[in-house]
Design a protein around this ligand. Structure first.
Ligand code: XIL
Length: 356
């Protein structure tokens, strides 16, 4: 019986009333002062694994339950939207820092680290930036200023940046974007170098979806990162978004093989945006299937030394991009809309406690 089958059998039994008994370069693994293994952050700290979530605008300030669960359970956070180009530089040369400043200060007050997301993307571009009329030189100047201003502001306070988001197509080629079309493929080299100049201690990541397992896209990401490293570009990690459906997760053996080859390049791996969507309204069977996927991904990460961070894309089902982005799906996170831990939370916690 595979681990997953074993787990789902036990979980199914548990739902019927039993108990759950399922089975680094410079990293983010500074000792967490909260080494209490009744929480995710405490149980993960023993493995040198950062556990985190994405935080929507203002939630940590406006919702005391949110802030309480976030600070108790997690030791790293990422802004869901607040640090994206459209939010941070809404008009040319005009930077809007308030939300990002408050999120970083919140993290520091709870002894949490911060992932920065994202310096460059083809989405979330402010309209002034997203113009075909810019010359190559102008685009380079815009990017350099954006990156150095943002990374420089949080120098020493943002542990890791998603420098480039989603630059590779399903077939493994570079995505046609403002940046590729206006600058050429060398834009990738420039942005990592500028980020590194602005904060030499920050870990710099390439982040993408659908490249967790094996296939044309993950080959494309692998080749891109290998080439950047060969050219001496400061890239330190790869983010695997892991937005998946419970019924069709990546094959775990492929995911492990892919992580291993990336780690062999000397890269860290962060699972950066995990959510596991199920049809809604959620059923017990859906929640069990979801819990197994969360647990499988955690176990694979714990088994790979290079995997040093695991973040979900939101804290609770109350605030999640899933229902509005995937029709008919939801309930994708570890806590329900009432801030109660779900089965997936419990099996994750068990997994962290039980692993060597
Ligand atoms: C999403 C946010 O969750 C939404 O609130 C927003 O409207 C669009 O962006 N990949 C990413 C994230 O890298 O930045 C995206 O976040 C989800 C997909």
């Amino acid at each position: 019986m595979t681990h997953s089958r074993l787990c789902s059998t036990i979980l199914a039994a548990m739902l019927l009333g039993g108990s759950v008994a399922c089975d680094s370069a410079d990293t983010l693994d500074d000792e967490d002062t909260t080494q209490d293994d009744s929480t995710l952050r405490g149980a993960a700290a023993r493995h040198g694994l950062a556990m985190g979530v994405a935080v929507g605008t203002g939630l940590q300030r406006t919702d005391s339950r949110f802030a309480e669960v976030l600070g108790r359970e997690f030791n790293i956070l990422v802004a869901e939207n607040t640090m994206k180009p459209a939010a941070i530089q809404p008009a040319q040369g005009v930077f809007s820092w308030d939300e990002a400043d408050q999120l970083v200060a919140f993290a520091e007050s709870r002894d949490m680290k911060v992932r920065g997301h994202t310096l460059l993307w083809h989405e979330s571009l402010p309209s002034w930036m997203n113009s075909p009329t810019w010359s190559r030189e102008q685009l380079l100047a815009i990017l350099e200023n954006h990156i150095k201003t943002l990374v420089g502001r949080y120098k020493g306070r943002v542990a890791a940046w998603d420098v480039v988001n989603e630059a590779v197509e399903w077939n493994g080629t570079l995505r046609e974007t403002l940046w590729l079309n206006g600058i050429g493929p060398e834009y990738l080299e420039w942005v990592f170098r500028w980020a590194h100049e602005a904060d030499p201690d920050a870990l710099l990541f390439y982040n993408d979806y659908g490249a967790e397992g094996l296939g044309q896209k993950s080959d494309g990401v692998y080749n891109l990162l290998r080439d950047l490293l060969d050219a001496g570009v400061p890239v330190h990690g790869v983010g695997m978004q892991m937005h998946v459906a419970a019924a069709s997760p990546p094959r775990m053996s492929d995911f492990k093989t892919n992580m291993a080859r990336l780690a062999n390049l000397g890269l860290q791996i962060h699972i950066t945006e995990m959510d596991v969507r199920i049809p809604i309204p959620a059923t017990d069977a859906g929640l069990v299937q979801q819990a197994v996927v969360y647990r499988d991904v955690l176990d694979a990460c714990l088994a790979e030394d290079g995997c040093t961070g695991l973040l979900t894309w939101g804290l609770t089902d109350r605030h999640s991009w899933v229902p509005s982005s995937f029709e008919g799906y939801g309930s994708a996170l570890l806590f329900d809309a009432e801030y109660q831990p779900k089965l997936a939370y419990q099996v994750m916690l068990d997994g962290l406690r039980e692993a060597d």
